[in-house]
Design a protein around this ligand. Structure first.
Ligand code: ADE
Length: 240
């Protein structure tokens, strides 16, 4: 078995993450030794009695900004030359399957979870290698966003999902949405499974699925097809 993917998530809410990291697919990935997941409490890297991680912004204005000192210390406590340091922020590059694939091939990921109005710009400038957004909306809690990314990344680590091919056919892996799926019974409340899927003709089944995937993508996410044709955007992921 190859070296595990190691992931450190730095947050002021480590307890929120632990539930996810211990349960379900993420827990199994850790138990099998294919991934090592750690939640790091940012407050451990503060030096004042109040364990302060944020402060008012220079120049005034609403909200609080995360202080640089604890973030630098926390990252430096786990950073290695090969680490990718990912800041979770709505200002980041939109997360997609390509980005998940790119991160799943790394050896060590450090997620820095923003809270409040954001992080001190010096963290962005000289500590992080990637900035990722999980969508055009603002969460109060970057740990939630990091958990989404960790889940999408760890499931791609070889061996984690059991069947090695399980992730190859799914939505986005070929730049298209997934074709419709059916299981037994063949007839349910008057709704029938398409006959072609029960024909045993694998060539025809593949053709039908490709057509369905293309039509569904054209209807629901035409932007994916445009990008695919142009050969950009969804062809790479993150900065790596
Ligand atoms: N932190 C707050 N909102 C976020 C988002 N949309 N993506 C990543 N991190 C965030």
């Amino acid at each position: 078995m190859s070296e595990p993917l190691e992931i450190d998530v730095i947050t002021i809410f480590p307890g929120m993450l632990r539930g996810f990291l211990e349960e379900s697919m993420l827990g199994r990935a850790a138990a099998s030794g294919r991934a090592v997941l750690r939640a790091i409490d940012l407050r451990e890297f503060t030096e004042d009695v109040h364990r302060t991680t944020d402060d008012r912004p220079y120049g005034g204005g609403p909200g609080m900004v995360m202080k640089p000192e604890p973030l630098f210390k926390a990252v430096e406590s786990v950073k290695r030359p090969e680490s990718r340091v990912v800041l979770m922020t709505p200002q980041g590059e939109p997360f997609n399957q390509r980005c998940a694939e790119s991160l799943s091939r790394e050896r060590h990921l450090i997620f820095v979870c923003g809270h409040y109005e954001g992080v001190d710009e010096r963290v962005r400038e000289s500590l992080v290698t990637d900035e990722i957004s999980i969508g055009d909306y603002v969460l109060t809690n970057g740990a939630l966003a990091a958990t989404v990314v960790v889940d999408a990344v760890v499931r791609l680590v070889p061996g984690v999902l059991g069947g090695e091919g399980a992730t190859e056919d799914e939505s986005f892996s070929h730049g298209l949405l997934e074709y419709p799926q059916y299981t037994r019974p063949a007839s349910f409340r008057g709704m029938e499974v398409p006959a072609i899927l029960m024909s045993g003709n694998h060539g025809e089944v593949d053709k039908w699925r490709r057509k369905q995937a293309t039509e569904r993508t054209q209807l629901r996410r035409p932007d994916l097809i445009t990008k695919d044709v142009q050969g950009k955007d969804n062809q790479h992921g993150c900065t790596g």
